[in-house]
Ligand binder design. Sequence first.
Ligand code: SF4
Ligand code: SF4
Length: 379
Amino acid sequence: MNNLVQTLDSVDFLKMDRRTFMKAVGLIGAATFLGSFKSQIVDALEFAETKLVWLHGAECTGCSESVLNAGNPDIVQALQKLNVNLVFHETICAEQGIWNDGKLVNTADLNSEILLEETYKAGNYILVVEGSIPNGPDGSGRYLVIGNKTFKETLGEAAKNAVAIIAVGACATWGGITNAASDIEKDTDYRGVAFKKADPTKGMLKELGIDKPVINIPGCPAHPDWVLLTLGAVILGKIKVPEDLPAVLDQYNRPKVFFSPDHVVHDNCPRRGYYDRGELDDQIGGPGCLWKLGCKGPYAHADCGIRRWNGSVSLCPQAGGPCIACVEPNFPDASMPLYVETEDKGILLGADIGTVAKVAVGAAAVAAGVHAVRRMKGE
Ligand code: SF4
Ligand code: SF4
């Protein structure tokens, strides 16, 4: 890793082609990236300020918290380095109101409705959406109304003039927890920005008749690196929207560099050795593989095992929690029941889990056999 960073440091990052750039961000964290390229970023962005509007729909604000918890760089350092003007973010913006001391507030400094109107009119901003968008009841969107406006309308207004749209977290990408199977699912009809579960024809923008590409950064929550590095790549023109998107995104609009079709959490799990030896824990708290406790790491296309969380310290299975495949488009339905072995569980991402599980457990047994033979041979 050090060699890589030194090599990258000596490269003129502005001249780096997209392929090399994407390779670099796939291997390093936001801190290293922003640290290594700080002076070049500052030079590149000396004149250009990027405006960012971050909207919240139906969600728990966990993805904002995840990004706010990004230790190094923290969100403020990252935005400063990228020369971003975070125009609006409900959770962290300065006090705003429509009324102040009983009087209508009529400047953009104090009234966020005016601020957003002016921003949308001027255009040239990146829109980040966190949270899903209810279409119910009956297509009205009135299950989520903020300031007498449905969030469905708010998203439509914001999306029209955005130069790039990034959906952050499981709820904004596919509907997530809010769209989980339930008796009221059809009535509430929660949507992601561009998808509803794995269906790209049911995203809210399609429903609104807006044809714009969307970058999906899933996760429950999304990793701060995934968010900051994607923002960085878009802001610095390393991912040009829309022309580069077909090359850099997978079929679910996820950046392949973080959510590779060929890589799952299981590939780099620190408990993988136990899996290969067939040492499968049946109680939480042990050192072994968590497969029998419902781990979905073999189906989760994310680089958590390489990148790790909380300042690259750990990841879910390492900390003792089975992976719940929170990055997949049918989450959480496809991961339910969460902490139960996946045999006989039906279809996840088009794969028959029963078959896959049997193959996986079979492979573990075979691997355990091979290891046993090796041990016996003293290898
Ligand atoms: S704990 Fe999960 S991800 Fe890790 S080796 Fe076991 S099945 Fe794979
Ligand atoms: S390890 Fe699994 S559950 Fe944890 S963040 Fe990664 S994909 Fe999500």
